[in-house]
Design a protein around this ligand. Sequence first.
Ligand SMILES: *Cc1c(COP(=O)(O)O)cnc(C)c1O
Length: 814
Amino acid sequence: MVLSVKNIAPMIRAKRVGNHPSILIDNITIDSRSQQNSAQTLFFAIVGPNNDAHDYIEELLDKGVRNFVVTHIPGGLVEKANFLVVENTLEALQTFAASYRSQFDFPVIGITGSNGKTIVKEWLNFLLGPDYNIIRSPKSYNSQVGVPLSVIAINEQHNLGIFEAGISTIGEMENLEKIVRPTIGILTNIGSAHDEGFANIGEKMKEKLKLFSHAKVLIYNKNKSIEAFLNPKVQRFSWSCKDDDADVFISKKSVLDKTQLKIKHPQGEFEIKIPFQDDASVENAIQCIMVMLYLNYDGKVIESRVELLYPVEMRLKVKNGINHTTLIDDSYSSDFQSLKIALDFMESQKQYKKRALILSDIFQSGLANDELYSKVSQLVISNKINRVIGIGEMIHKYRSKFVNCLTFKNTDAFMAAIDELDFGYETILIKGARSFHFEKIVSALEEKTHETVLEINLNAISHNLNFFKAKLKPRTKLMVMVKAFGYGNGGFEIAQLLEHHKVDYLGVAFADEGITLKNHGIKLPIMVMNPESTSYEAIIQHHLEPEIYSIKGLNAFLKIAAQKKLKNYPIHLKLDTGMHRLGFEVEQLDDLIAILKAQKTVHVKSILSHLATSDDLQHHEFALSQIELFEQMSMRLMHELSMKPIRHILNTSGISNYPKAQYNMVRLGIGLYGISNDPEEQPYLENVGTLKSIISQLRTIEAGESVGYGRRFIAERKSVIATIPIGYADGISRHLGNGVGYVSIHGAHAPIVGSVCMDMLMVDVTDISCFEGDSVVIFGEDPTVITLSEKLKTIPYEILTGISQRVKRIFYRE
Ligand SMILES: *Cc1c(COP(=O)(O)O)cnc(C)c1O
């Protein structure tokens, strides 16, 4: 792209402020964290419901960014950069993308639907890749910001585009249509996802079909109710496995682990095998075959390529590596766009300062190799990668473009040398095209633990955070409780994400939890709820802020603080208003006031109390009485000590049930981790943790035979039993044994039979088709932690925090 700030201003109808309008822009971003931001970056300051990117402008100026699209210029910065002032920055980004798109005239495939969009896109990219220079949406960039950012990456060499578009409510598709302008449309399966945003399925369908309003052709699974909404001007190219009125009729049958398709199309008939059996994959493969038919591919070519389709892995996974390394596993694709995304992700994962990149040849960049590898080299430098290990003929040829670089002709050569490469104390991004089989590298470098993992969805955490933030008044501060290792979900990783989201405070239970966070570089202030007097020294040394709840504790802290000659050290006063756990009582206020008046060593940063019944409206009156007492006690302290501390009393359910008592801050806990005490609120939260394991062994037993300790399960019929390597030592209660609990295997419920053992449990899979090594969900979407807690007559908190530390945590973004 060769556009200057001056050129872009009229494209987005912006008012231009600043003295360097001829700066050429080579990078457009909304991500303040990206290391790729430079003086040639144009930053769109997007204003979300909970986050305002204008807050990052000052930081970005320090990093050298000089061009911003804004709704207003933050105070004092007018002179410092080029500003393009618009009414709405998101709309400006979309307008820019649409105008940019209109400069290119080549076929563009637009995909929407509820399920399968990303897979169809990735597969088409694979199937059509040999014949086209393809630009496609990276990962699942299909939102109101993802689509424009994808389209802006088009360059002169591309001759086919594949973009997906996703919407969650009415009115959104029209914007996306203008940006994508698909010539070939694909409608994938319409399911019930995101139904909240639509009055009914008809409305949702109508909205989705808007993506195709200017398309030449629409490919879809023939269905009368869809056709009722179709624009008659758009040519239809339909398929069906049931209705022989469709343009292409397909009959299918299973053969071993594949599916055989007989395809009858207007020009003839042929048969192919696809390497999948499940309905969703078969349907996605058919959509791809339809595109190939539309583009006049020969049956033989279709057959030879479709046979090679593979499962798509969309996530970037973070794993613990051998010898103190962190692996970022992106071993399924290598194109320039997704390399940028992976490097940005690496930046957000600051586990180790030293960084290595293992990279295969890059395909389909649309650039000549010489230019491509120069650009890759620049990326590597701006992301402060310490060493590059290139694998493949091309990257080997261009190795001189990199500074600290070692190359291998192929993956096997690398594997032979892996021990000499001394991986250790570094973050390693592993990024390669499928054909390089980098999964071998991941498996060699991954720390070997047992197969059970707790996968943590970082996007879901952000979503839940924003959900609760939206309930706060604009000036209410937010403390997030990350005690008990982030409710079992990982302390440091979550704290780091919260720091990025600019929450105001973190709360932990014990000093050592806070110390771990500070040692990992967390800068946010941290309140410690149970500071033991033996930990006061360490608290001060690490700038943690103690919650003081007794006269004895206060005196002890003052003594140490005075010895250290501290002034105004921040402390938090806990009041007991009815919980009767920790805190000063009304009768102690006089003493408390007297002590605080007589000193200057500490400074009361906040006053807090905790509700005993915020989740239970039956005890509504009691909660109100606590709030009332908090008001009186805190007012008295503020008055007599002439101070204005932060006041806070609400936890997660308090935020939902007592919005008037937000005071200056709230303390969010369980809600962040995707759990609400209110069944009506629950659907709005996203699941954060999925506890997964695998099937270690399958066996068939006869009726009358038993399973496990004490023979507590006796088979009533010939049964297939699967053994799963997770037990009560991992935090799975024994009370889930003997049919009380179940696990999910390929979406089906398998009841736990017999007693849960220390490291294993057994389930009945007689009615489920599965194999050894298959994945098993212990909790996540189904069963949920809430379901488990109901079966165990406990609360979700106990289940989450009970998952033992030996279970490896894997963090990922969608
Ligand atoms: C744990 C805790 C919270 C958070 O409670 P949730 O119900 O998880 O939101 C808030 N305040 C205090 C004092 C806590 O101990």
